[in-house]
Design a binder for this molecule. Structure first.
Ligand code: AMP
Ligand code: ZN
Length: 464
């Protein structure tokens, strides 16, 4: 399989360094609220990468951390009046439940930052001892970026209009900082009154680790100094991943990640998601509008990971139709198999193009297109040929992590896109308790021949 690598800017083959297991790390969620569907674009694509490698016969070791101590988790746990541990435990459980609903495979190892404080302190000690870090006047410890000539290679700082010389004397204590500031960053943050009870003892005084350091320390613990692939959303390229490389290579030597996989952001209605614009959707928000997690997953697979993907509620209705079309054609294919043919499922047959799309830079929209053309091609097959085609299709679906909807009595009814859009609009009005307007749309739907039935979490449409 080939995949674009952010560092070399080239498509490169993926094969395990140790010849046996593909060992990779994904930056996990910061657990201070529910993850949004943008976060899930990244987690779903990472899941498809793993599933594709495994479907192709590779073994994998997937490590993904939980960020349960940083500026945001501390701030919001205090706002909620909860201990940091209780607060983050609740959001971690919610994250796990959402991942399960989306059928994302759980990582093999899921380390939590708070449970790895000694490893983080040891890494800072190594950096101080080697002259890559210093204790600032405020009692915090900073990484000295001028001590690492490789700083900026991943994010191509040399090609950006940033003057490394001019800005490197600045220091950043916040976990996240501006994309255009290059600065020595905090490895250890001295205890402040606003941290409350969240501090640990260290050789430089009480405090807590910086966000960038936690991944470096947990990677060292579970994957060592060189491993196959590192991944996150594009916003993590700078400064987070740049800082991880600096810390890890300076403290431990080694090459760190052999490959960098970054997922471009999901947009909503053409723009950035934000709470204030009211367009930040969680999985639950979409369930409340009647959409299933599989429909969300299908939408997230509908764009290539290197391009922005624009999410709309209409795209979810489209996903519903597409999934039920695939399900119907798959049932018809299964019905044409006679007996229980025996064969080794090694070829992809009509689904070769779908599989090749995944092998070629994880082209998920290409794979979805390939499923439709494959199903058309397979529509003339029967007997053993149909059985082989079905096995191949199931492998592609497994790589994509798609489960097809069961047959329902309403499934054979095609709801026109305009009707679906009107019904969705009505459902949203209803959620907003705008009963008058929602009744108006119910009447409009009835006038066009469609009856709406509301349930607790969703609605159904039936022709009158
Ligand atoms: P966070 O919980 O903020 O640390 O983010 C978890 C993951 O989601 C990281 O890999 C982020 O880069 C990624 N992410 C954040 N926003 C988006 C978005 N709009 N689209 C895709 N990935 C995102
Ligand atoms: Zn990280």
């Amino acid at each position: 399989m080939r995949l674009f690598d952010t560092l070399t800017r080239a498509d490169r083959d993926l094969s395990p360094l140790d010849g046996a297991t593909f060992r990779f790390y994904c930056c996990g969620p910061t657990v201070y609220g529910p993850a949004h569907i943008g976060n899930f674009r990244t987690f779903v694509l990472q899941d498809v990468l793993r599933r594709t490698l495994e479907t192709g016969g590779l073994r994998s070791l997937h490590v993904r951390n939980i960020t349960d101590v940083d500026d945001k988790t501390i701030r919001d746990s205090q706002k909620a009046g909860q201990s940091l541990a209780d607060f983050t435990a609740g959001w971690t459980a919610q994250f796990h439940a959402d991942c399960e609903r989306l059928d994302c495979l759980p990582p093999h190892i899921e380390p939590r930052a708070v449970e790895h404080i000694p490893q983080q302190i040891a890494m800072i000690e190594a950096l101080v001892a080697k002259g890559h870090a210093y204790v600032g006047g405020d009692g915090s410890v900073y990484f000295k970026i001028s001590s690492f000539p490789g700083y900026g290679r991943l994010s191509h700082l040399d090609e950006r209009e940033l003057d490394l010389g001019k800005t490197q004397n600045a220091r950043a204590n916040a976990d996240e900082y501006e994309k255009d500031s290059i600065s020595d960053f905090a490895l250890w943050k001295a205890r402040r009154a606003e941290d409350g009870e969240n501090f640990w003892a260290a050789p430089w005084g009480e405090g807590r680790p910086g966000w960038h350091l936690e991944c470096s320390a947990m990677i060292q613990e579970y994957l060592g100094e060189s491993f196959d692939l590192h991944s996150g959303g594009v916003d993590l390229v700078f400064p987070h991943h740049e800082n991880e490389i600096a810390q890890s290579q300076c403290a431990c030597g080694g090459n760190f990640a052999a490959h960098w996989f970054h997922i471009t952001h999901l947009l909503v209605d053409g723009g950035k998601m934000s709470k204030s614009l009211g367009n930040l959707y969680t999985l639950q928000d979409l369930a409340d509008r009647g959409f299933s997690p599989m429909e969300v997953r299908y939408v997230l697979l509908g764009g290539h990971y290197r391009k922005p993907l624009n999410f709309t509620l209409d795209s979810l209705s489209g996903a519903r139709e597409a999934l039920s079309k695939i399900a119907r054609a798959t049932r018809q294919l299964a019905a044409r198999i006679e007996g229980t043919p025996r064969f080794d499922a090694v070829e992809f047959g009509p689904f070769q193009a779908a599989w090749d799309s995944l092998q070629n830079d994880l082209n998920t929209p290409g794979a979805l297109g390939g499923i439709f053309t494959g199903l058309r091609e397979a529509s003339t097959l029967s007997g053993e040929a149909a059985a082989k085609a079905l096995a191949a299709l199931n492998r592609v679906l497994r790589a994509l992590g798609l489960t097809l909807p069961e047959e329902t009595t309403t499934e054979t009814i095609e709801v026109p896109v305009a009707i679906q859009a009107l019904a969705d609009e009505r459902w949203q009005l209803r959620l907003a308790k705008n009963w008058a307007k929602s009744d108006e749309l119910r009447a409009a739907l009835a006038a066009q021949g469609w009856l709406v039935k509301d349930a607790k979490d969703s609605y159904s449409l039936t022709p009158i």
